[in-house]
Design a protein around this ligand. Structure first.
Ligand SMILES: *Cc1c(COP(=O)(O)O)cnc(C)c1O
Length: 383
């Protein structure tokens, strides 16, 4: 029995063996607490943590004191959004975000709404990109935060961060971006793009689960954040809790590899993605979701008319691991909030599939998947 071909790399990725090798010594050998400043065990762990901090900072053109480790992008988003809301509520109580954001952004905003904050959720265009004029129009004197993701987890669309950052900074409004899908895959620069807060995670880029970071700007302007977890005062008081050294080491190694191999990997993934799309595009009623070029290399998101989504997924399950909509809502057959935001009709006979092609997928796998998908869809279309 073969396991299904894994094409769900936007949900999570396998940990690269090189990352595992780097992590191993930090469990039982260099196990010290990085906060222990009085002995060698602590120093060893602290040196490893410092190294990852530096790699992350360099990757996004920040400085290492601006990196706050968290348990992942969900926590980083919560810390950024609630932390700003709590620190700046006297200045204003209006926050702007976008309809296609991850729930880890939308839900903290919804929560803040129950506390009295005002939330504007910007729509997106048919291609998944936000309209910059609409953003500018939505800004108010009491706007304290704009949160727009770097790359979308369902349709792979990459938002124009630099243009958004310019608009926010011209009016002294804090700009947060959820870069969980972008880090390691596309160049990111917090200076050039005027980004004040950036959420990161390791497990979408062949690193371990349960580790992430929040970049918090310290200069021009210095961003204030109210801690959401109190305790020993770790991470400059913004996120208390003993640092998880092995995961942090893995995060650093994963980013280091991703940076080094970014260009060649993106070239290869684009080829695989195009190959898959070419084979599938002959299907009747198929279309591509999201901007055709301004998207992540490994992402392909398609809809097929006249096919029942649940039936299709059932037919594919034993052959391939893909996702309909987002992983968080794949237990329902309703279209995801992202596809709905693109203006998708809520038709019953409508199948949408997200392919996340990754580092370990091969051309043979892509050809097999294409072949199988075409045959299952055609047999469903015949009934
Ligand atoms: C995966 C993901 C998250 C959640 O990250 P975790 O590290 O799993 O908490 C948030 N935002 C986006 C865009 C994601 O893809």
């Amino acid at each position: 029995m073969h396991r299904p071909i894994y094409l769900d790399n936007h949900a999570t990725t396998p940990v690269d063996k090189r990352v595992v090798d780097a992590m191993i010594p930090y469990f039982s050998e260099h196990f010290g607490n990085p906060s222990s400043i009085n002995h060698q065990y602590g120093w060893e762990a602290e040196a490893a943590v410092k190294q990852t901090r530096e790699i992350l900072a360099k990757t996004i053109n920040a400085s290492s004191e601006e990196i706050i480790f968290t348990s992942g992008a969900t926590e980083a988003n919560n810390l950024a959004i609630k932390g700003v809301a709590e620190a700046y509520f006297q200045k204003g109580q209006h926050i702007i975000t976008v309809a296609t954001e991850h729930h880890a952004v939308l839900d903290p905003c919804k929560y803040l709404e129950t506390l009295g904050f005002k939330i504007t959720i910007l729509p997106v265009q048919k291609d998944g990109l936000i309209n910059l004029n609409a953003l500018e129009k939505a800004l108010r004197p009491d706007t304290i935060l704009v949160s727009v993701m770097a790359a979308n987890n369902e349709i792979g669309v990459i938002q124009p961060l630099t243009e958004i950052g310019k608009i926010c900074h011209a009016q002294d409004i804090i700009f947060h971006t959820d870069a969980a899908q972008a880090i390691g895959k596309i160049p990111l620069d917090v200076q050039a793009s005027h980004i004040d807060l950036m959420s990161l995670t390791a497990h979408k880029i062949y690193g371990p689960k349960g580790i992430g970071a929040l970049y918090v700007r310290r200069r021009n302007p210095r961003v204030q954040l109210a801690a959401q977890q109190h305790g020993g005062g770790h991470e400059r008081g913004m996120r208390s809790g003993t640092l998880y050294t092995p995961q942090i080491v893995g995060f650093g190694k994963a980013i280091e590899i991703a940076n080094r191999e970014q260009e060649s990997e993106n070239r290869r993934l684009t080829q695989l993605r195009n190959r898959l799309w070419e084979s599938l595009s002959k299907l009747e009623g198929i279309h591509l979701n999201g901007h055709p070029t301004q998207r992540l290399a490994g992402n392909l998101n398609i809809s097929i008319e006249g096919v029942d989504g649940a039936a299709l997924l059932l037919g594919l399950q034993s052959m391939m691991a893909v996702s309909s909509g987002s992983a968080c809502s794949s237990t329902t057959t309703a279209p995801s909030h992202v596809l709905t935001a693109l203006g998708h009709p809520e038709k019953l006979a409508y199948a949408s599939i997200r392919f996340g092609i990754g580092r370990f997928n091969t051309t043979e796998e892509i050809d097999l998947v294409a072949q199988q998908l075409v045959s299952v869809v055609q047999s469903l279309q015949r009934i």
